[in-house]
Design a protein. Sequence first.
Length: 239
Amino acid sequence: MVRASIEPKFDTVRARLLVMLLAFVQPLVRGFSRYFTWLRFKRTPANVIRKHEHLPERDRFGGSLSRRVFWSDQGRDRHYLLGAIFQLLDEEGWRYSTDSGWNEWDIQIYGNFWWSIALQTVTEYHGGGKCLTRVRLRSRLVTTTIIFNLVALSLLIYRQLNISHVELWSIVPYGLFLLFLWTRARALKSRVAELVDLAAHRAGQQRIMRKGKIAARTAEPEVPVTVNVTDPATPHLPG
């Protein structure tokens, strides 16, 4: 790697920080077009995310967005749930990837410009066809989010090192940007949680409410789902 040389009269902390920032940004700028072309296929259309699932009235209750727990006394484990989730993702036009066998998640759902969701499932078998399936949803930073934050923090630090006081006008906008990111992450996770609840309903599983209570079974017929027994390695990108 070639080391950038700075003339002695300009060799200051500010100059070195500026050179470091330019060296960091240069490859990002060069690959900007290529990355955003790739990103376009790794995002779910906004109109899909804005929609809401039509859940049966008895299945509409709150709880943690990050965790869902479902019960079945008919042997319906996580594979039934994953099969129903795949059906909904395909029906609605989501972008997603499935576990290749080496990932820590079962499905990675590509959401908006800033976030994706990693979905994990596990089933506890209690005998006699009784299954307790747990679902965990985790927000994952998209590369875009990391790049924007690194650039913004670099500029913010560089600015603060060049002044003798704290400038709120440069800090407050970044704080508002972080708040915006948090709201986007929560909105996406809430939307995916709705999809998981509907998939569980289709798969014949009952959501466990607070204090260990099980939601009453609805009289609506279950939608036949394909049991997911394989996890393709390649991302699924609807045509």
